[in-house]
Design a protein around this ligand. Sequence first.
Ligand SMILES: N[C@@H](CCC(=O)N[C@@H](CS)C(=O)NCC(=O)O)C(=O)O
Length: 260
Amino acid sequence: MILYSAPPSYYSMIGRLALNTAHVSFKDHHMDIHVRKEQLAPWYVALNPHMTVPTLVDGKTILIDSQDILHLAATLAGNQWLDVDLNLSPQIETVVKTHYAIPIERLTFCKAMMRLPILKFIFPHALGSIIKGLQARLPNAIDPAAVQAKITLNQSRIAYFTQGASLEEKMAVERNRVSVYLDQLPTLGNFLFGNKPSSADIVTAVLFGRLKMIGEYALVTNHARGLALDQWFSRMQQQAAFQQSDIWLRFKWWQILLRG
Ligand SMILES: N[C@@H](CCC(=O)N[C@@H](CS)C(=O)NCC(=O)O)C(=O)O
């Protein structure tokens, strides 16, 4: 099994943490999505037409979304995870679904631009040059619809970064979304739903790591059940699987610049 993952990538972290927590062994193939932009390379596009990380390749099976990798990990974990418990599975699924509705990218980039205003110019410019590169390859693309979808996605990213409400207002919307997510989290045992992990622990641990990294962890500690949630996250961080999965709690510029 090969996981194509980028160290700083949020959804790659979900893939790594899910597989490690399920004790599934895999080869982690590091992708440079920032400097060399390997997600746009033809060999990778052939694997994952969405040009995103992570991708999991297991023989002829190719999974191109972290949700599918999470689901595979839960299946392989069997009764080691609480996802198999029919009483709990609908609630676990709801937590996972609600998590995937949070636009992590907006949360991360809004905060970055608030901290370092020059990024307000750098991000749209960088996305603009990616769009130009994608447009140039459109006529000969094997999957033109996928390339067009990526162009449209990057155009909508530029629009979000440059138009509409102020960054503070956009950030307030995203903070509120995270708080609503926290409201529905149970703290029923060592793990969220009891004494075994579930898919909900995986996505929430990666989300909390991101909140720490961007300086928004107060959303957790100031929450009505902040103490219990913070204690849960401390226990998660002590798990061997968490430590093996390179969940970023701090932003490592040098790692991005050196290898992406
Ligand atoms: N729904 C996808 C989203 C994956 C995704 O957006 N990955 C980001 C990194 S966290 C990415 O590959 N960005 C590179 C790009 O869009 O060019 C999943 O859950 O796997």
